[in-house]
Design a protein around this ligand. Sequence first.
Ligand code: GDP
Length: 439
Amino acid sequence: SNIIAIVGRPNVGKSTLFNRLIEQKKAIMDNLSGVTRDRHYGYGQWTGRFFTVIDTGGYVHGSEDKFEGAIREQVELAIEEAAVLLFVVDCSTGLTDLDKDFANVLRRSKKPVILIANKADTHEKAYAAAEFYELGLGDPFAIAAESGSGTGDMLDVMVSHFKDEGIENPELGIPRVAILGRPNVGKSSFLNAILGKDRSIVTDEAGTTRDAIQNHYTMFGKDFIITDTAGIRRKARIDDNIEYYSVLRSMKALEECDVAIIIIDATTIDPLTGLEAQDMNIVSMADKAKKGIVLMINKWDLVAKDTNTAIQLEKAIKERMAPLNYMPVIFTSVMEKKRIFQALELMLKVYENRTQKISTSKLNDVMLDVIASYPPPAWKGKYIKIKYCTQVSTPYPTFIFFCNLPQYIKESYERYLENQMRKAFNLEGTPISLFFRKK
Ligand code: GDP
């Protein structure tokens, strides 16, 4: 795909440009230099052509300092991955030695470099951009990333360097995960543990609406996107209905995800009655939305337990939740950092289960036997015959059973088929749908 890297010394406006390109407030911004240290990924589109943007942290050439060394490595990696480099300099401060160092590194990369003179909010500053010719990287584009002025011409040139047509959205095929759960279960702590504590430095302009942040994350070579809704929480005022916002937030996050990790506070689970009603509501919401589900029982450190407690509790929970009990359960302690990465691995497994395609022959091999051993009950003396089944392609596993009298298949029989399918195939954590159709 078309990968764009934004590079430049600290404080020139790389994160602002990044946000402009992906049209959302994603990178964490701060006026302190060097706050955006990690590479951030996002996806943008210009005139129907998609691209991936990498925002790199600050970079000081030739520094002996270990921290700077790590940043340099990241920039070099970004340069390696990118098809086009957006080199940002700052009109308000003018050309610096560091800019020249950068220019040297970038010229050596032999990649197309687009020189961007940012913060050209006034005509005077835009004229000042001329001094950057000296870098030997061609015409500077005078832009103001904050308002977006001047970015159109720059983007036209950028897409002209694309080798890949880029007509497919690169986000397709990357698992998107939402972290759901009632207040205080540990959602925020979990996100901090996996995304790093930097995410708490979210500076929000008062009164502006803000979407959930999509964090691109790589673990063991697998990519996924975690929705962080912490920012939306801030919209609620003291006199607002917190519960209402919390449900709204969950619904929005759900809508945009493939798999939901639903966090439950272990101390609120009663071995006799199972999950509390509010937790069950979230599970049922995710099931109705046909999303993958992982149940993460958190604060496990607070529960008195022996070697069998987890197994017994899981069994009790699942019995109580039936028939909504197809999801994997994991016991975690975010505080003690126990099994939090296993929770993510489970999420990836559920994603695989949800997006798999079972071949028609394999499906019929299993299901025709299942049907033969317990055929659908006859209706008013008429035999109901299921001839074959097939998986249709939808975002989650959906199967069509072709039969002579589809309208007389009972729900209990559908349940039987679903249970048998779950036994035979890897469908843990994913809702499935069965349809009956006349052949
Ligand atoms: P959120 O409202 O779901 O985002 O919950 P928070 O992440 O803010 O956590 C609520 C409280 O639970 C905080 O005081 C956390 O420190 C605490 N907490 C989170 N995870 C654990 C855990 O695994 N064990 C214990 N004992 N406390 C936790």
